[in-house]
Design a protein around this ligand. Structure first.
Ligand SMILES: Cc1cc2nc3c(=O)[nH]c(=O)nc-3n(C[C@H](O)[C@H](O)[C@H](O)COP(=O)(O)O)c2cc1C
Length: 324
């Protein structure tokens, strides 16, 4: 490949990675293409001071973008070496990807690339009338393990304890004025910016077995439909430690699990508030079968949601990707 072709392949991967999920759709990342290298950096101006003072959720979000870029490269026939936190002098440089080789795109990467186009957060009550199939659960578990994380299904008898942990977090955050200010900011972004959670992506508050983050202080335009979450399943994504390296890997695992779920015909939303409040995170930790650090909770079901799917905006590539 010529230099130009290499740079184009890297820029294309960064462009596709814009679809990655992120906390409150902050998209707190920056990409830089330089010769045969693609660099991912944290954009601290998009960090949520109230609920993410140490940048865990920001790093998780960037990890999801990193996994999206890895999938995009692999699916277009490129092998890349990934160095995480490559520069001890620059904490915000999260990863450096260097193209090394070409190969025939693996089937799995092609499936995941397709899933990247369809993956979305669905906050409507799930309409599924059948449980999540066991093969899908084992594929998601493997996907998490492949990224150095673990995925734990919350057994039905523990769902009330999960609900209590979530309520504990929601009550604490309802009292935090700085969180309310952050929530207001990221649900009232200028349309042209292509970020934040818009009214089209959230429903009015519903009575569900486990409550979702409350966006109901704002305008909600998403029709909740007739689902009731009866066949929703909950999964805790966890890591062995709780360093920034674990957070980045947990973000990669978030993307890997979510894309695997999408390919398997599942629909999902994620819940992080229960990990944002230390007391609630401790309750969540007790639901794990072995000692580990919970990073995020997935709510999933077989996709029987009525169309259209909720959509979320993205920043223009020129705001996020630098060619040098
Ligand atoms: C680390 C992280 C935490 C998140 N926390 C929540 C949450 O607590 N509640 C929620 O409804 N969505 C949550 N999300 C989903 C984002 O809001 C969503 O990815 C973003 O709005 C973009 O929408 P999309 O997933 O449809 O592309 C989270 C996503 C990430 C990566």
């Amino acid at each position: 490949m010529t230099r130009t072709e290499t740079a184009q392949a890297l820029a294309e991967a960064a462009r596709r990675a814009l679809r990655a999920p992120s906390i409150l759709n902050t998209q707190p990342w920056r990409w830089r293409v330089h010769e045969d290298v693609l660099e991912l950096s944290a954009d601290r101006t998009r960090q949520l001071g109230s609920i993410d003072p140490n940048g865990r959720l920001l790093t998780l979000s960037c990890g999801a973008a990193l996994h999206h870029a890895r999938v995009a490269l692999s699916a277009t026939g490129h092998d890349a070496v990934v160095e995480r936190f490559p520069d001890p002098a620059d904490d915000d440089l999260l990863a450096r990807l260097r193209l090394i080789d070409g190969h025939a795109p693996p089937e799995r990467a092609l499936e995941q690339l397709e899933a990247m186009r369809r993956r979305h957060t669905d906050r409507r009550p799930f309409a599924a009338t059948v449980p999540v199939p066991a093969p899908a659960i084992s594929a998601m578990t493997q996907a998490a393990e492949h990224e150095d994380a673990s995925l734990h299904r919350v057994p039905v008898e523990n769902v009330p304890s999960l609900a209590t942990a979530v309520e504990t977090a929601a009550a604490a955050e309802a009292r935090m004025a700085d969180y309310q200010a952050d929530l207001h900011e990221w649900t009232h972004r200028p349309r042209a910016g292509g970020d934040g959670v818009t009214a089209e992506a959230v429903t009015a508050r519903m009575a569900l077995p486990v409550h979702l983050r409350d966006f109901s202080g704002d305008e909600t335009l998403l029709d909740p439909g007739f689902g009731n979450d009866r066949f929703a399943e909950f999964f805790i994504l966890a890591t062995a430690n709780d360093t920034r390296h674990d957070w980045l890997r947990a973000g990669e695992a978030t993307s890997a699990v979510w894309l695997t779920a999408t390919s398997a015909g599942l629909v999902a939303s994620v819940m992080s508030e229960v990990t944002e409040v230390p007391e609630a995170r401790e309750l969540l930790r007790r639901l794990l079968p072995t000692p580990a650090y919970p990073q995020l909770v997935f709510r999933m079901a077989v996709d029987m949601q009525p169309p259209p799917y909720p959509k979320s905006a993205r920043r223009p590539p020129s705001d996020v990707i630098e060619m040098s």
